[in-house]
Design a protein around this ligand. Structure first.
Ligand SMILES: [Zn+2]
Ligand SMILES: [Zn+2]
Length: 335
């Protein structure tokens, strides 16, 4: 069978889509062919497109956040059928290294993540390993399912905080991921969520989505401290503030992607056993939790998905994703 696939082939600062007619590659027994419905644009996709990402450089097909429908399954695939709605984990692990053998596929090295070192999901159909697919209930809207990847990031991040320290948490930065982490903390039962964020509109959203208190940077009282601090920005000033605001025995999670080395107040950390851990991507269980939260309506995407563009307007979608008033911009395929 031949099919026409629309593929994103971006150049630096330019988003192009191209229609390619090609024979459908035959499936391996453990593979699945899927048809994309929605693609989410992530900040890291923008870095890739602009040539600023440390590993993903154009020309590469970007994209790692999609909701798709199964169209064909390989001979050995038993848990999926044509017509199933799925979200795709973009981590393609070796399955053989010590990290993979312990189930921590996000730590597989060297990493193979779709949209960065290997071609991404910004295409209308593709073949992926069955193990990367997570099935969603049919009643969960596809545009909501397209948000499962950021939710998986947030779920993983929150699980990096020891359970006893998810009680009074400070979140630094309320962009897409920060706002998702605030909801994740609310869902796991945090009693007090405080947020530091410079943008007034995002502060208001943080309150709406579960924070009890929001402040502009530099406005926390000198002597305040929290059982856990999540730094979604990871700039030198925010990681310093995170370390100084965590109470004795507490944990700082570095969730943002630092641009370079940052200074850590090590004496302050060491004497009272404050820990600094990091959160990088997710494991399959985080996708299962994300789908469950979205399906139960616990995690609300209504204020987070700000725009949906048809695939014919993909360049405009990427433009919009770079404006500060957008949160998550989706591209709808087949429209
Ligand atoms: Zn992303
Ligand atoms: Zn591995």
């Amino acid at each position: 069978m031949h099919s026409v696939t629309r593929v994103f082939l971006p150049d630096v600062n330019r988003v192009m889509t191209e229609e390619k007619e090609q024979p459908d590659e035959p499936l391996q027994p453990d593979e699945v062919r899927i048809v994309t419905r929605f693609l989410g644009i992530c900040g890291s996709d923008l870095h890739v497109l602009k040539g600023h990402h440390p590993v993903g450089k154009p020309p590469i097909v970007p994209g790692h956040e999609i909701a798709a429908v199964v169209s064909e399954t390989g001979a050995d695939v038993t848990h999926l059928r044509p017509g199933d709605n799925v979200v795709v984990d973009p981590i393609m692990p070796c399955l053989d290294c010590p990290a993979c053998r312990s189930g921590r596929f996000n730590l597989c090295f060297p990493p193979r993540v779709a949209g960065f070192r290997i071609p991404g999901f910004a295409r209308s159909s593709m073949v992926v390993p069955a193990r990367n697919l997570h099935k969603a209930p049919p009643e969960l809207p596809m545009k909501v399912l397209a948000f499962a990847e950021p939710v998986a990031c947030a779920h993983h991040c929150v699980t990096r905080l020891p359970e006893s320290q998810r009680d009074r948490v400070l979140v630094i930065g309320a962009g897409t991921i920060g706002l998702s982490i605030i909801q994740a903390l609310r869902i796991v039962g945090a009693r007090e969520i405080a947020v530091v964020e410079p943008d007034e509109r995002k502060r208001a959203l943080a309150l709406k989505l579960g924070a009890q208190r929001v402040v502009a940077p530099g406005k926390l009282a000198e002597d305040e401290s929290f059982s856990g601090v999540i730094d979604v920005v990871a700039a030198p000033a925010t990681i310093m503030e995170a370390c100084l605001k965590v109470e004795p025995g507490g944990t700082v999670v570095c969730m943002g992607v630092p641009r370079g080395n940052c200074e850590i107040p090590l004496a302050h950390m060491q004497r009272f056993e404050r820990s600094l851990v990091s959160s990088g991507m997710y494991v399959p269980e985080d996708f299962e939790a994300a789908i469950s939260w979205l399906s139960q309506g616990l995690f609300d995407t209504r204020d987070l998905i700000t725009d949906i563009f048809p695939v014919s307007q993909a360049p405009q979608a990427f433009e919009r994703a770079q404006t500060p008033t957008s949160i998550k911009v989706l591209i709808e395929f087949g429209r």
